[in-house]
Design a binder for this molecule. Structure first.
Ligand SMILES: Cc1cc2nc3c(=O)[nH]c(=O)nc-3n(C[C@H](O)[C@H](O)[C@H](O)COP(=O)(O)O)c2cc1C
Length: 213
């Protein structure tokens, strides 16, 4: 077999039990701020994995727009493939961040629900007009016969909403992932990486364990 040769050794850092915050949200915040301070262009880009109605997995990139102990928020079309999976068939989701310059990966697994209309409206209203029109024009994940069709729909909406406030469509807004498990991964030499998971115990306290890499 002719394998792909990449020979990156992860020498930058390490992660010990003492380094970790007792609260995984604080730990995420610490690492996210490190990623923001690095030269990563979109540290908020994350892979979102969902489960389809037939139990097959599906993954794609989305942008994290906010996070707190109430969850991790991204915005999308609720009628899209991911939207229907999360809101109609299976609310379990997994998120993955890979910050190559920091040699760090974070995995989050949890349960999805819709963000409140109030907060979705606030975000939609803050977006540039072009993005607002784009959100309405795109029937995300549906078959599109030609790019021109989409452009024409966009132009038609642009005319229709000339000098008018554009309201958030019902099928577009935020989804919140409420974490049940976090994993923090720091690359180490010889593939002997550091991995720590946080999971809640019976009393809802976060327990930390180190895993073999
Ligand atoms: C870097 C990056 C960021 C993206 N961010 C979003 C996002 O925040 N929301 C979204 O709906 N799609 C986003 N997309 C597009 C999705 O990856 C995907 O193509 C789209 O949402 C349709 O997915 P679905 O058919 O599985 O629902 C992004 C793509 C990339 C490459």
């Amino acid at each position: 077999m002719k394998t792909i040769k990449t020979s990156e050794e992860y020498l930058l850092s390490s992660l010990t039990r003492e380094d970790l915050s007792t609260d995984p949200f604080n730990q995420f915040d610490k690492w996210f701020k490190d990623a923001l301070a690095s030269d990563i262009k979109e540290p908020n880009a994350m892979t979102l994995a969902t489960v389809n109605a037939d139990n097959t997995p599906s993954a794609r990139m989305v942008l994290l727009k906010d996070y707190s102990t109430r969850g991790f928020i991204f915005f999308t079309n609720y009628s899209s493939r991911k939207g229907r999976s999360l809101l109609l068939t299976n609310p379990y989701a997994a998120l993955v961040f890979w910050w190559e310059p920091l040699q760090r990966q974070i995995r989050i697994e949890g349960i999805a629900h819709k963000l409140s209309s109030k907060l979705s409206n606030e975000y939609f209203n803050s977006r540039p007009r072009g993005s607002q029109l784009g959100a309405i024009a795109s029937q995300q994940s549906q078959t599109l016969d030609a790019y021109e069709t989409l452009e024409n729909q966009y132009k038609e909406l642009d005319q229709r909403f000339r000098n008018k406030t554009i309201e958030r469509p019902d099928n577009w807004g935020g989804i919140v992932i409420n974490p049940e498990r976090f994993e923090f991964w720091q690359g180490r030499p010889n593939r002997l990486h550091d991995r720590f998971i946080y999971q809640r115990d019976d009393k809802k306290n976060w327990q930390i364990e180190r895993l073999y890499p």
